[in-house]
Design a protein around this ligand. Sequence first.
Ligand code: ACO
Length: 315
Amino acid sequence: MKIIGTGSVLPKKVVTNEMLSEFLDTSDEWIYTRTGIKTRHVISDEKLEDMAVEAAKKALDDAGMSAADLDFIICSNVVNEYITPSLSCIIQGGIGATCPCIDINCACAGFIYAVEMAESFYAAGKVKNVLIVCAEEPTRMTSWEDRRVCVLFGDGAGAAVLTEGDNIKGVKLSSASATDKLYQIRSLEPTPYATKEEQNIPLQMKGQDVFKFAVKASSGDITYLMDKLGMKAGDVDHFLLHQANMRIINTIASFLGQPSEKFPTNIEDHGNSSSACCPILLDECKRKGILKKGETVVMSAFGAGFVSGALVMEW
Ligand code: ACO
């Protein structure tokens, strides 16, 4: 397939590190040196569903495509206010599409998983035009009293429209179950029979384990794809990586032996918006003219599960 349109939406409220230091035992110096984050966009009076619909409309406009032409909608989301119906069904209604739609929860790697699903459906002859929307509000998953976790996240929605073409050159998906490293638990409705005690536990993270996994998984996925496609890291013009931590991005760049200029980032302004990071970064790079026609772009992401994935495409 080929990506022919992108769009993104960020909440209007910008929270600086200094603002966090007013109610947390933290500092701009600690957060910036350890993560590369200065500010993040945080949902206040917006609804994630509306942001997802707006990002989808922007991507369709950019692609010059009408919602009626879509064959499939894939939405990547970990949490939103609805448990059911799916966010993709809400998006379908919001943009006036009639095609089938599905939600996936692949944490921060959702965009890469969604592209592989679109590619597979396309290869099977089942779809031609696919809308992917990644919409996330991780700031509603964390405890805002936990300085180790809440400082890392921001919210947002990013979307991409794919159609027939041969620009996606390869995708690699990986999973390695490690459910105690990064998780959130919510309580379910009680029944007369459920004997287990339920409780809500906000997002918990073993930061250093996640850091090690991220570097290993992302470097491994990218190297695997390069080998499979007979490419070298030097052949790649831009690496668009999941925006979790600037130190993770720098470590992967140094593992691949590539200069930091090849790794455009927005983590300083946006923080980590889970699976929305990849399509938001793609949209921003496209609008800034960073990506030129014919260039080779690698995207790679990793997240809770653990799951990870990478793709190579010709822009
Ligand atoms: N402000 C000030 N001090 C803090 C903060 C904070 N916000 N958070 C933790 N500290 C303290 C700790 O309490 C600890 O203090 P202590 O030594 O007195 O016990 C000290 O700083 C060092 O803590 P570490 O956890 O060892 O710090 P580390 O260097 O590992 O950095 C971080 C933590 C930034 C979370 C890092 O481990 C990391 O980035 N890991 C990757 C996690 C990640 O990217 N998650 C994103 C979500 S998931 C995803 O997108 C895949």
